[in-house]
Ligand binder design. Structure first.
Ligand code: PPE
Length: 306
């Protein structure tokens, strides 16, 4: 479970307000129909103070998510960058998680949400290891009975509130069956992603990850890993993966802002490789940590100091 410790301020529609005052009415479209889009971003303590990782890329995805659902965000990229920095700064946060959300509300019911008001909020709080001890020991996963929403039913690349009902079914099923996380297949039966993470396979020293058309969220951590691995000389393939590709892999790992790099050591009761975090996974985990903390000069441009 991921309980949140309340902080001092939340940014709502251009202003910092007290945490307890950031409320919406029960007659809000987002509550009834899931009409909202959100982001998940991390800030990290560095030797030069807290820095937000790939902020601009997250906000670009935020605007894209909103676009298809006609959620008109009345702030510019630059305004939201400043707002995110402010929320971290004014709450005196170091290592933390930032959650921008744009949602529809107002006195409108029914599916035509075009006349709804749109509000934007930015919340930030310290969020530890998303998958707990699995960050170190590796994750035990179960293939979900629930398939990912197909890309022809919803704009799956949008990080939309309502989409996450699908992910919750998978997550809760996995936990109730004694596993740490779910692996979801796409509508065709190919591997898609975890309930809140993208997935990678290591086989014979090469990396493989499902393509964007396999109903995945276009993860920013996924992209980071692709860049880091390519720069280090690894071959990396975006291609359809079957469950057998997972079972036969040397290593499997998850990527995500919240999960960072989390090893997967078991899928459906089958041990992956040696059944413990593998060397390439560990190298990527360490390198990612160094990159987000600004230790590696080359990737410093991904950091926005608050
Ligand atoms: N797939 C899904 C379904 C997903 O939710 C995330 C992020 C990813 C892939 C990885 O995307 P990225 O963070 O850009 O590398 N999941 C968020 C947590 C969801 C939750 O609130 O729980 C996150 O990591 O912030």
């Amino acid at each position: 479970m991921s309980g949140i410790r309340p902080q001092k301020y939340i940014w709502l529609d251009g202003e910092l307000i007290n945490w307890d005052e950031a409320k919406i009415h029960i007659v809000s479209h987002v509550i009834h129909y899931g009409t909202g889009v959100f982001e998940g971003i991390r800030a990290y303590e560095t030797t030069k103070g807290p820095a937000i990782f790939r902020l601009r890329d997250h906000l670009r995805r935020f605007f894209n998510s909103a676009k298809v659902y006609r959620i008109n965000i009345n702030y510019s990229m630059e305004e939201l960058i400043e707002a995110c920095k402010k929320v971290v700064r004014e709450n005196n946060l170091g290592d933390s998680y930032i959650r921008p959300i744009a949602f529809k509300h107002g006195l409108i019911m029914g599916l035509d949400s075009r006349e709804c008001k749109v509000s934007v909020a930015i919340i930030a709080w310290p969020w530890g290891r998303y998958l707990g001890e699995a960050y170190y020991k590796g994750c035990r996963c179960k293939t979900s009975s629930w398939r990912r929403l197909p890309p022809y039913s919803v704009p799956i690349a949008a990080k939309a509130c309502g989409h996450y009902l699908n992910n919750q079914l998978a997550k809760i099923e996995a936990l109730e069956n004694g596993y740490d996380e779910a692996i979801m297949l796409d509508h065709r039966g190919f591997v898609s992603e975890g309930s809140g993470e993208n997935i990678f396979v290591v086989k014979d020293g090469k990396l493989h990850t499902p393509p964007l058309f396999a109903s995945i969220l276009p993860g920013i951590t996924r992209d980071t890993v692709i860049v880091l691995a390519k720069d280090a000389g690894y071959e990396i393939y975006e291609r359809d993966l079957t469950l057998t590709d997972l079972y036969h892999a040397d290593e499997v790992f998850f990527t995500g802002t919240a999960a960072e790099i989390t090893p997967v050591v078991e899928v459906d009761g089958i041990k992956i490789g040696m059944g413990k975090p593998g060397p390439i996974t560990k190298w990527i985990q360490k390198t990612y940590e160094n990159v987000v903390r600004g230790v590696i000069e080359k990737y410093r441009s991904w950091l926005t100091f608050v």
